[in-house]
Design a protein around this ligand. Sequence first.
Ligand SMILES: *Cc1c(COP(=O)(O)O)cnc(C)c1O
Length: 360
Amino acid sequence: MARSDLIKPEIRSIAPYVPGKSIEEIAKKYCLSADKIIKLGSNENVLGPSPKALEAMVGHAQDINIYPSADAGELVSAISKYVGMPEDMIVGSGPGMDGLLDGLMRLLISPGSEVVISTPTFSYYELSARANGGTPVFVRRNDDFSIDVDSLKDAVTDATKMMFICSPNNPSGNSMSETELRSLVENVSCLVFVDEAYVEFADRTFVSLVNEYDNLIIGRTLSKAFGLAGLRIGYGIMPAWLKVEYMKAGTPFNVSSVALVAGSAALSDEEHLKRSQEMVREGRKYLMDYIPFTVYDSQANFVLVDVSPVKAKDVCEHLLRQGIIVRDCTSFRDAGESLIRVTIGTAEQNKKVVNGFSSF
Ligand SMILES: *Cc1c(COP(=O)(O)O)cnc(C)c1O
């Protein structure tokens, strides 16, 4: 028996996660100096973290010999204020929203379980479901990237545990409507997970609907608008009955003590958030107006560019040579080969992006 036979087959068959490219990787490959490279491939906040979060981290650095609270209570309390929902409907999550997805899959999935995923979208729903032995069922979005409500409903079977909808969607940037969401939640037997990773840049949130339905969960993160991707903080808003079950299956102490204080401080830093939102609003308009390809309207901190009939990989290569990292969406299921996702940068960075696309 080969040692690798010890590994569960559902894990061995997974294709590895493809992250956005790093500055180090591109500096080496193209012989560029790292400080000349702009990283707009992973939807991070180019303004950096909230200064209040930094201050809180430094102030608590000497306490890391002590375990944090098991249930991330301080953070849950800060989130409760920020979102206006009660604490018994909120869970904090250590390794980002990805950790929340893992926790939920661990809670729900057994062999034969299915999850429904609206594609093209964030790939970790599929990975997390598969790693836990679940079977993903994919339903393509319409050509304009709106969700296909009827097909999503039809895809639900007695084995379906959860349906994943990202809004605003990564990588297309559009949000679903409240009517669409209500129609799904009211007509399916499974849980519905709405990923609001980019909601701070959008014109709508569905958080308050969690009060109305016992099968709706909202996932959020501090990695994007709040600029704390490196700290790995996410959270979920879910019906109280589900939080009770979630807390039984989740790993205790999964939000670090430094993350707890930094996350709470970031959520209260309205000025930093406002600055980030304004930069994104202006940058989004600029990129939509000046990138000389089809650019989709977006409610997130990125835009999706369709370069067809050219291949995304060729345009990305052209940009990389100039030290501009964007995201080739070819690895996203059902995204085709001509889509590129570009994170909104500073005015100066956006100008370079436009020049990069224009010179292709
Ligand atoms: C970035 C991202 C996440 C993951 O967030 P983390 O909290 O950093 O794990 C989840 N969903 C979507 C759609 C994302 O783009």
